[in-house]
Design a protein around this ligand. Structure first.
Ligand code: PMV
Length: 299
């Protein structure tokens, strides 16, 4: 059996702006997907798995000029909530691609898997920045900008709480399209927001490195305001975020967001994370305590 695992990710800041060439900060988290491949003459798979199989196999075949792939059984087990902005699709694609290349006895490195996973992201999301696949494969806390080498950031702040604002009804593709339309309609305003997110990303690197908790709270709050101005945060999520701010914390969407219903998992920070857990409990909101900066793709 060939087995690989990949982590989920959070966007510390810079989502959406990253699609337009601005930098983003992402981190691999301690929730993982494990993909196993077992050679088998009769491969049975559910419809959902068949779909992933079809996408990944056709990318691998096309890119590496492979005609046929021997039959195998595919197992996917995941700790990452699906469709909540935690990079579940990137993690599945990356671990699956690594397992499939190994099954085919093809030599590969992390860059190879990342560029194939990027092709899969295109099928899932349309116009991805490449930040998700890069983070789940290389791991750690990453400064990512399109067309440049990612940079690992060493950080003293690693503990965050995720509060579930509900699954978005919109796909990442739809949310990216929403922002594209907004940029077309109000170019100066949206460009200003992107510029401000870039400034905040730079300040965030310093705050994380220095373990400056007050500054971290301020930056997340400001970054979230910008995401709200971009129109990617739902009313429900904004209500929860305001509650977090009221008790002295900060929260933001992580990833594409959503407006019609939920906005996915909210990345929350408070000097005393117990305050966040108590707040969530009082409001009957599901939470996850996570560590940021975990390992990327692993065998
Ligand atoms: O919600 P996710 O995990 O699909 O993240 C999307 C992040 C965007 O910046 C909105 C798109 C991208 O490709 O970077």
């Amino acid at each position: 059996m060939i087995k690989f695992s990949a982590p989920g990710k959070i966007h510390l800041l810079g989502e959406h702006a990253v699609v337009y060439g601005k930098p983003a900060l992402l981190a691999a988290i301690d929730l993982r997907v494990t993909v196993s491949i077992t050679p088998s003459p009769q491969a049975l798979a559910s419809k959902q798995k068949e779909n992933i199989k079809k996408i990944i196999e056709s990318i691998v075949k096309k890119t590496l000029n492979i005609r046929t792939i021997p039959s195998y059984n595919l197992t996917i087990s995941s700790q990452i909530p699906i469709g909540s902005g935690l990079g579940s699709s990137s993690a599945v694609s990356s671990a699956y691609i690594a397992a499939l290349l190994s099954f085919l006895n093809i030599k590969w490195n992390l860059e190879d898997v990342s560029s194939l996973a990027y092709e899969a992201e295109k099928v899932f999301h349309g116009n991805p920045s490449g930040a998700d696949n890069t983070t789940v494969i290389f791991g750690g806390i990453l400064w990512y900008r399109k067309k440049t080498e990612p940079v690992q950031i060493l950080s003293q702040i690693k503990q965050f709480v995720l509060i579930d604002s509900g699954k978005p009804v919109e796909s990442t593709k739809e949310m990216v399209e929403k922002v594209r339309i907004k940029l077309q309609e109000s170019r100066i305003k949206v460009q200003k927001i992107f510029d401000d997110q870039e400034r905040l990303v730079k300040e965030l690197i310093v705050a994380l490195k220095e373990g400056d908790q007050n500054q971290l709270v301020n930056i997340i709050r400001e970054g979230e305001r910008n995401l709200e101005s971009l129109g990617v945060v739902s009313k429900r999520a904004q209500e929860i975020i305001r509650l977090v701010e009221k008790v002295g914390g900060a929260a933001k969407i992580s990833g594409a967001g959503g407006v019609k219903s939920g906005s996915g998992m909210l990345l929350c920070y408070h000097k005393n994370s117990k305050a966040l857990l108590a707040l969530a409990k009082k409001n009957h909101l599901p939470t996850l305590s996570i560590k940021a900066g975990e390992k990327g793709l692993l065998q």
